[in-house]
Design a protein around this ligand. Structure first.
Ligand SMILES: Cc1cc2nc3c(=O)[nH]c(=O)nc-3n(C[C@H](O)[C@H](O)[C@H](O)COP(=O)(O)OP(=O)(O)OC[C@H]3O[C@@H](n4cnc5c(N)ncnc54)[C@H](O)[C@@H]3O)c2cc1C
Length: 362
């Protein structure tokens, strides 16, 4: 069809894939192409076959709160079959009073110490994202395969996903993106084409020399065990206070610990699996004979630090200074925790902004 634009999406993380989904719904006949630097989709959210552990692992435990409406609709209903409990590792007490531990919940949601989180973000968490009113956390999770459950169903919306295509720079003419410069060559755009950049904050800043974000890390430690692991109260997961990790999750034969905003020395990380397993022994009231096979995954730049400084650097909307270029990605949703929900919301906003502008120009 003449004058039909092609929609070029950069990045096949959740934001990029969701852009293709929203675009396909609005523009069923249009050409949609995604360019991804990696050789797999999913960005920070994926599963892989771990040779050492001999099983499929999620790169990180991803949970979705009931208040994350878009994300929980996408995952379907797979609720963790238990209420949320917190174990105080120092006092060895267990409680379900989540209000008492709101600082820990905020830290996990924002991967940032609670006292550094901007007030507006906390307000959004309280009013939009967190199911306070139910007095319990509705937690949805990927049952051992994020790629299969979350990512693969989103691959059908684009006409093509070009893997191994790393965007390195762009060419600009008359205030619009005219060329996309990939490691594989230069792509010339037609004058009506639209570009949605759905990169992580570090990649975006590097290409567009825009913002000087700082990042916080997350550490996940996965154990694979043939023992049946039962937590007190028959809990499927538990928050940990005054312990080494913030959360422990039981997912069939995999026990995973998550440490948000992790600041540890190499020596501390080395000692972590043994110390975590000992702590789990105390929680379970057992004495394990040996340490099961385990994997420590360190996500150095897991998310931008969600503090006041970084929040100011986040964009106000999806429009960039280039007329035909829009942005999506978890970090682009100012005042929202960087999460699956934020990535989806950002995709919806980017597509809406792009199509509204396109309509006005016709
Ligand atoms: C350890 C960990 C635990 C987490 N836990 C949770 C959780 O429990 N609940 C929750 O909701 N969220 C969680 N998150 C956050 C969630 O994973 C992210 O918010 C979400 O995946 C972000 O999606 P995105 O599409 O915005 O970015 P990304 O997933 O980062 O996607 C960006 C894509 O762009 C690609 N790319 C980068 N540079 C280029 C380039 N130059 N050219 C082309 N492509 C490029 C990347 O390869 C990537 O595929 C967690 C994150 C981590 C790391």
């Amino acid at each position: 069809m003449p004058n039909q634009p092609t929609y070029h999406i950069i990045g096949a993380g959740i934001a990029g894939l969701m852009c293709s989904r929203f675009l396909r719904k609005q523009r069923p006949q249009s050409k949609i192409i995604i360019y991804e630097a990696n050789n797999r989709p999913g960005g920070r959210c994926y599963s892989y076959d771990d040779k050492e552990m001999g099983c499929r692992l999620d790169n990180a435990t991803h949970v979705i709160l009931r208040g994350n409406r878009m994300a929980s609709a996408l995952t379907g209903v797979h609720r963790w079959p238990s209420q949320t409990y917190f174990w105080d590792a120092e006092k060895d007490t267990i409680t379900s009073k989540i209000f008492k531990y709101h600082r820990q919940i905020l830290k996990s949601m924002c991967n940032t110490q609670a006292e550094d989180i901007p007030r507006k973000m906390i307000k959004n968490i309280c009013w939009k994202l967190f199911p306070w009113s139910k007095h319990q956390l509705g937690v949805y999770f990927s049952k051992n395969d994020l790629t299969q459950r979350l990512i693969n169903p989103m691959l059908i919306y684009a006409d093509e996903i070009k893997y191994g295509h790393r965007l390195e720079s762009v060419g600009v003419e008359f205030g619009k993106i005219a060329t996309l410069h990939f490691n594989k060559g230069i792509l010339e755009l037609d004058k009506n084409d639209i570009v949605i950049v759905a990169l992580d904050a570090a990649a975006y800043s590097k290409i567009f020399q825009s913002r000087d974000f700082t990042f916080n890390s997350i550490i996940n430690v996965h154990f694979r065990t043939s023992q049946e692991i039962n937590l007190p109260k028959l809990a499927g997961y538990m928050g940990i206070i005054n312990g080494l990790a913030d959360w422990v999750f039981i997912n069939e034969d995999i026990v995973s610990f998550t440490i948000s905003d992790a600041r540890m020395t190499v020596e501390e990380i080395k000692a972590l699996p043994e110390r975590l397993w000992k702590q789990l022994d105390i929680l379970r009231g057992v004495n394990s004979a040996f340490l099961p096979p385990h994997k420590v995954i360190i996500h150095q730049n897991a998310t931008i630090a969600q503090d006041v400084y970084n929040n100011i650097l986040r964009p106000e909307n999806a429009q960039t200074k280039y007329g035909n270029m829009f942005i999506a990605g978890d970090w682009t949703m100012k005042d929202f925790p960087c999460s699956i929900e934020a990535a989806i919301l950002s995709a919806r906003r980017a597509v809406k902004t792009a199509l509204t502008k396109e309509k006005k120009q016709k």
